[in-house]
Design a protein around this ligand. Structure first.
Ligand code: HEM
Length: 243
């Protein structure tokens, strides 16, 4: 078992930027062009798109902050998804093909690495869909998220299931990273008359009421949140509602 103090970053473990560049080249050159759901989306992509996405992933997985320095950081990445109206089908295809590309690119296949990798891919692709909805107004000026081994590295002590808006044991719960992504564009829209579920100020102001409705199951109106999500919201509240 790898001890906490000698733990490599995910970036180091997977082989750094060369491995990510192999991954994104295979994904965008082998899989995307022959996929009927994805090909039209990327038909006009810039020639350096695979390098840019590799650089983003490198920063997320603990490598150098090169996407922030060279390519405009979080704001630029998010802005590339705005108003694209991506569908759940396209999201799922993106996620499954990048995992196939990971096999082809020879990324590590150990369960701990793959659990961490897939959890970011699931989380990131869900956010891409949410932010791509017409009229979405996501927070742009945020740091690039950082992904670590999470529950996967030391022997799991409990459930390793990720909740949407994921939370690792030693990471503070913040509105931007964990709470805001729990609210879908349609939740936001249906509450817009009262307050903005994607606004830190509004959610903190109405936190008790929102929590009450989530706990009762009367919000969202099309199905209750899983217990883990309600609990995450509660822990965010009781730990001081960090931004
Ligand atoms: C973890 C998930 C994702 C990551 C890390 C990611 C990463 C990125 C990055 C870094 C860019 C901007 C590149 C640049 O200009 O610097 C981008 C653009 C884009 N992404 Fe994503 N993305 C994700 C999910 C998705 C999904 C699920 C879709 C569609 C199904 C998608 C479609 C696009 C499109 C269409 C662009 C613009 C391409 C162009 O330049 O024409 N992305 N993505």
């Amino acid at each position: 078992m790898i001890m906490e103090n000698q733990k490599p970053t995910l970036y180091e473990w997977m082989g750094g930027l060369p491995a990510l560049i192999r991954l994104t080249h295979i994904f965008y050159e082998k899989y995307v062009p022959q996929d009927e759901l994805l090909a039209p989306l990327f038909a006009g992509m810039a020639p350096d798109h695979p390098e840019r996405v590799a650089t983003w992933l490198g920063e997320v997985f603990g490598g150098p902050e090169a996407y922030t320095e060279r390519y405009g950081g979080h704001a630029h990445m998010i802005s590339r998804h705005l108003d694209k109206g991506l569908s759940e089908e396209q999201r799922a295809r993106w996620a499954s093909l990048i995992c196939q590309a990971a096999d082809d690119a020879g990324l590590p296949t150990d369960h701990a690495f793959r659990a961490a990798f897939v959890s970011y891919i699931e989380w990131g692709t869900h956010l891409a869909v949410t932010y791509s909805a017409p009229g979405a107004n996501p927070p742009l000026h945020q740091p690039v998220p950082h992904w670590d081994w999470g529950e996967a590295l030391p022997e799991p002590t409990g459930s390793s299931q990720e909740t949407k808006g994921q939370k690792r044991s030693n990471e503070p719960i913040t509105f931007t990273q964990h709470i805001q992504p729990l609210f879908r564009a349609k939740d936001r829209q249906s509450m817009q008359w009262a307050f903005d579920l994607w606004s830190y100020e509004d959610v903190t102001r109405h936190a008790q009421g929102i929590f009450h409705r989530l706990q009762q199951g009367s919000m969202p109106c099309d199905g209750t949140w899983p217990h883990e999500q309600v609990e995450l919201f509660q822990r965010w509240m009781t730990s001081g509602m960090a931004r």
